[in-house]
Design a protein around this ligand. Structure first.
Ligand SMILES: [Mg+2]
Length: 132
């Protein structure tokens, strides 16, 4: 029995095959389309507070992103559940709970010390002013 993810991939591929669009769907162009759809998702939030974004538009654009992600996975013969779980294992090693819990900065980002902040301020204030 096919998983629900496999069924979804088949449905998205069937939609594309019915329209003879498969000829255009190589992984590169699908990745570009995914990026464009991700930008359309960003546009839903642009210049608004998150709670003011229209949920129908979020659903629509997120579905477009997922559809392209599923097409890429299908085209590349990837097992979606496997690659997502593999990546989660990598992320768990990269962001151990004891170091990452409640911290929004990247794992290798450290805040500058007071000494470093003072050095940066002095360096900036000692630069000659140049007019453009
Ligand atoms: Mg869209």
């Amino acid at each position: 029995m096919a998983s629900e993810i496999s069924q979804l991939i088949n449905e998205v591929r069937q939609f594309s095959e019915d329209r003879d669009w498969d000829q255009f769907h190589n992984p590169k162009d699908l990745a570009i389309a995914l990026s464009i759809e991700a930008s359309e998702l960003l546009e839903v939030f642009l210049w608004k507070s998150p709670e003011d974004a229209k949920k129908d538009k979020i659903k629509e654009e997120l579905a477009d992103v997922i559809n392209y992600a599923l097409l890429i996975a299908g085209k590349c013969g990837l097992d979606v559940a496997e690659i997502v779980r593999d990546k989660m294992r990598q992320n768990a090693a990269k962001y151990p709970v004891e170091k990452a819990k409640g911290v929004a900065t990247k794992y290798d980002c450290k805040l500058p010390t007071k000494f470093e902040q003072n050095c940066q301020r002095k360096l900036i204030s000692s630069r000659p002013v140049t007019k453009v």
